[in-house]
Write a protein that binds this ligand. Structure first.
Ligand SMILES: Cc1ncc(COP(=O)(O)O)c(C=O)c1O
Length: 390
């Protein structure tokens, strides 16, 4: 127990202690009721605003009326519905792959896929900024985990030459969740071909945002035929919940048989699956939402840069404003909340020391007026704390 108390005190001293969560009492939208107060939300992954779209709600209600609330079991026993199969077909067509398999979350997809595919004979080359679920999948399987410098292709090649095993996997986020930048998939596929590695992309933040009709980062780089495994989540731009893996039929058959997080867990409920099906249909047919979002995000990023902020170079709606010091990042975030704006402060260990940041994520439904207000308040508090001059 003493050790626990010491660890908590140390976290508090460093400004890294995670306080209780903020409570929402409205739907997930660009404006929410947070702690009883109307608040502009700039911390959601609901990029297209689909979480609260009436068409998703109706699809979920209809599915609940027809199939009930729970799915009753694992897909391998009695928990596999025609809806599961329809969503897997839809995802495969959307991603342009032979087949797909749905998991209960993106976290479970990464852990299940990587831990079942690789064993101690494998070397896994993973970008240093990859999501924690990729790292956890690698740690579960006893393989050699080799982390290369963020998006550094020279470092990746050096590490492949030095550490490659009899089987090799290169795994990367498509869009990095804390920086909003995009992995150089065109270069990664070349290295994979040269050294005989399997490629896997976690496109949690790319789907609905980049590529042909929002189909993701792999499409953005036009490397659809070269990426072996595309993983993603249904919980961000798609607005529902769940994870998936898409690729050649042989991979999907393999994961259906060996991915433990798929096998030993009750399957997704009908309402969530129906909502995901509707969301993908909307994304495919209403590209203007996505185009508007990217244009708005680019304009806002440029405005912040012009005001003197250090902003990561991003073409996505994730706009990280680097503050550096963890305590200052938290203080700005708290001050903004008083003004009716929620932007989360992201601190170590989620990001490296000295790079604490405010992670703004824009939604297609934010208005110009809201963004003007956010900009003015952000500038005011950043100046007050000496983050920018003025
Ligand atoms: C890059 C990345 N991969 C995987 C996940 C996990 O997805 P999910 O939230 O569906 O578990 C996330 C979300 O936090 C993510 O940002």
């Amino acid at each position: 127990m003493t050790n626990i108390h010491q660890m908590m005190s140390a976290l508090k001293e460093k400004g890294l202690y995670r306080e209780d969560f903020k409570h929402l009492s409205s739907e997930q939208a660009h404006k929410v009721e947070m702690e009883g107060k109307e608040t502009i939300l700039l911390g959601s992954n609901n990029y297209l605003g689909l979480c609260s779209d009436i068409r998703l709600k109706e699809a979920a209600i209809d599915a609940t009326v027809k199939y009930g609330v729970g799915s009753g079991g694992s897909r391998l026993t009695t928990g596999s519905y025609d809806l599961h199969r329809a969503l897997e077909r839809k995802i495969a067509d959307f991603k342009g792959t032979q087949a797909s398999l749905i998991f209960n979350t993106g976290y479970m997809a990464n852990v299940g896929v990587i831990s079942s595919l690789c064993d101690r004979k494998w070397a896994i080359f993973s970008d240093k900024n990859n999501h924690a679920s990729i790292v956890d999948g690698c740690l579960l399987n006893g393989s050699r985990l080799v982390r290369y410098k963020h998006c550094d292709m020279g470092d990746l090649e050096r590490k492949i030459i030095e550490h490659r095993g009899s089987s090799n996997l290169i795994v990367t986020d498509g869009v990095f969740s804390m920086d909003g930048d995009v992995a150089p998939l065109d270069c990664i596929v070349k290295l994979a071909k040269k050294y005989g590695a399997i490629t896997m992309v976690d496109d949690a933040h790319g789907v609905g945002v980049l590529g042909e009709k929002g189909s993701g980062t792999v499409s953005h780089f036009r490397v659809d035929d070269e990426i072996d495994i595309q993983m993603g989540t249904l919980s961000k731009a798609i607005g529902s919940i769940g994870g998936y893996v898409a690729g050649k039929q042989c991979f999907i058959d393999y994961f259906r048989n060996f991915a433990r997080s798929f096998i030993y867990s009750t399957s997704l409920p009908p309402a969530s699956i129906a909502a995901s099906l509707k969301a993908i249909e909307i994304i495919e047919n209403e590209d203007s939402k996505r185009v508007h979002l990217l244009k708005m995000a680019n304009g806002f990023k440029n405005k912040l840069t012009d005001a003197g902020f250090i902003v990561s170079d991003t073409i996505t709606p994730i706009i990280p404003v680097i503050i550096g010091d963890a305590q200052k990042a938290v203080e700005i975030s708290k001050s903004l909340l008083q003004e009716g704006i929620f932007i989360p402060a992201i601190r170590p260990p989620t990001v490296s020391n000295g790079t604490s940041r405010l992670r703004l994520s824009l939604m297609a439904t934010h208005t110009d007026y809201e963004l003007e207000y956010v900009f003015d308040k952000l500038v005011f508090h950043a100046k007050r704390l000496g983050v920018i001059e003025g």
